[in-house]
Write a protein that binds this ligand. Structure first.
Ligand code: GLN
Length: 447
């Protein structure tokens, strides 16, 4: 794996930090454990993994792909890192992302964009673009990403790999540098559903260090890897196939639905309300939370500090001005605006009401269906630079993913075809909260 990184990463730019020395040392240790008969039940033992650069790794750079954290080495490991290490995983590096996970292309990184291994003129998606591209380019066996509004599923779709965004609360967020805390969730990006299930099994679990952590009844996700969808009720929201959807993506997604139908699933179209309101509600809520979460980066506690300053106010101002990129500043300003007195009710409260209605829409749908199926993204991988100057266009690309986070549900994206430009297409399946076993079974049956 390290050889492949050396061979390929100067082109793809998946990695912010390659941990060559640490990884080799760790691999030798894990080998000793395996020789001693330990880790027998862990499918992850000795397997190399890449970690998105917003997940804290003790003593190893964790930058969020931002200048403001470009020298930040956390004094502790995230819970998911401890869990992976207990399972014998070998971390080989930290991977690139949109700055603070804000974006859908990995072009807003302070360390330059990651390129899509399928076609280097295309973006890998984002914000976990480095993670998805590393898996696609075989520069990592699997990766951990984070998903606030699609950042695991959309890059998985663009890079032809499989990504699982778990139910909110099922994986600890302790040590994940927060973007929008009520939406953020860590999950696996891997080559197939089986690997995603194995990784999810290793990282899920209740954690007292995360106040939104939830204990599930059953953590045996790999048991759900059975090819059987007989009688499974699958709904396709009509609004997910409407305007803005690339016809080739639509065709591939409908073909995937047919495959499941042929295997005995019951597939139906239905009307789901509020589809059009998900994006504005998401961007109001996510930006509001971001403006609050990112206030901690002030040049005093950690990371970058401006070299020239007069007084404390000046440290704050200059550090933040120099340390944050355009998109992050835009979100913080939107967030501060929608939370300000006089606008709070009109924007923030309204967005929370829309969120509640979206959740209700899903609840109603799950009274009739076990799984909701649709595209992961309206298009395949975009050209580099295409959306950078037009944030609104970029935000609209999140239409099928953000409502899943607003409702706290699990979603998976897996490859379902290749378009006429030779780019992979992704299909998304959404499940009820904590029904990952059903989701994994359905996805496995489609592979
Ligand atoms: N594209 C979305 C955003 O920019 C989602 C990002 C994410 O899931 N981290 O907010």
């Amino acid at each position: 794996q390290l050889e492949k990184i050396k061979e390929r990463d100067s082109v793809y730019n998946c990695y912010v930090t390659v941990m060559e020395e640490e990884a080799l040392k760790r691999a030798a240790e894990v080998q000793k454990q395996i020789d001693a008969g330990e880790l027998k039940d862990s499918p992850l033992a000795g397997v190399p993994v890449a970690i998105k650069d917003n997940i804290c790794t003790k003593g190893v750079l964790t930058t969020c792909s931002s200048k403001i954290l470009n020298n930040f080495k956390p004094p502790y490991d995230a819970t998911v890192i401890e869990k992976l290490e207990a399972a014998g995983a070998v971390i080989i590096g930290k991977v690139n992302m949109d700055e603070f996970a804000m974006g859908s292309t990995t072009e807003t990184s302070y360390f330059g964009p990651t390129k899509n291994p399928w076609n280097t003129e295309r973006v890998p998606g984002g914000s976990s673009g480095g993670a998805a591209a590393a898996v696609a380019a075989e520069e990592a066996w699997y990766a951990l990403g984070s998903d606030t509004g699609g950042s695991i599923r959309q890059p998985s779709s663009f890079c032809g790999v499989t990504g699982l965004k778990p139910t909110y609360g099922s994986v600890s967020r302790y040590g994940l540098i927060a973007y929008a805390s009520s939406l953020d969730q860590i999950g696996p990006i891997a080559r197939n559903v089986s690997d995603c299930a194995a990784v999810f099994e290793a990282i899920a679990g209740y954690d007292a260090k995360d106040s939104t952590s939830v204990k599930m009844d059953d953590y045996h996700f790999t048991e759900a890897l059975v090819d059987d969808v007989k009688g499974l009720r699958i709904g396709i929201p009509k609004g997910y196939l409407g305007e803005g959807l690339d016809p080739e993506v639509k065709e591939a997604v409908l073909a995937a639905a047919k495959t499941l139908e042929a295997k005995g699933a019951i597939v139906e179209m239905f009307d789901m309300d509020m589809v059009d309101y998900a994006i504005p509600a998401y961007y109001v809520i996510a930006s509001a939370e971001a403006s609050s979460n990112l206030s901690r980066f002030d040049g005093v506690k950690y990371g970058y500090r401006t070299p020239d300053f007069e007084d404390l106010q000046d440290v704050y101002k200059k550090t933040r001005d120099e340390g944050f990129g355009m998109e992050v500043k835009r979100r913080m300003m939107i967030g501060a605006f929608v939370l300000s007195s006089g606008y709070y009710d009109a924007y923030y409260i309204k967005a929370l009401q829309v969120k509640a209605l979206i959740k209700k829409g899903f609840d109603d749908a799950f009274a009739k269906y076990d799984i909701i199926l649709g595209p992961t993204a309206p298009t395949t991988a975009l050209k580099m630079g295409e959306n950078l100057s037009d944030p609104l266009k970029m935000y609209l690309g999140d239409i099928y993913t953000v409502s899943v986070n607003l409702a706290g549900l699990p979603g998976i994206s897996l490859p379902c075809g290749i378009d006429s430009s030779g780019l992979p297409i992704g299909v998304q399946m959404i499940g009820q909260a904590f029904s990952e076993k059903t989701l994994i079974r359905a996805a496995y049956s489609l592979e």
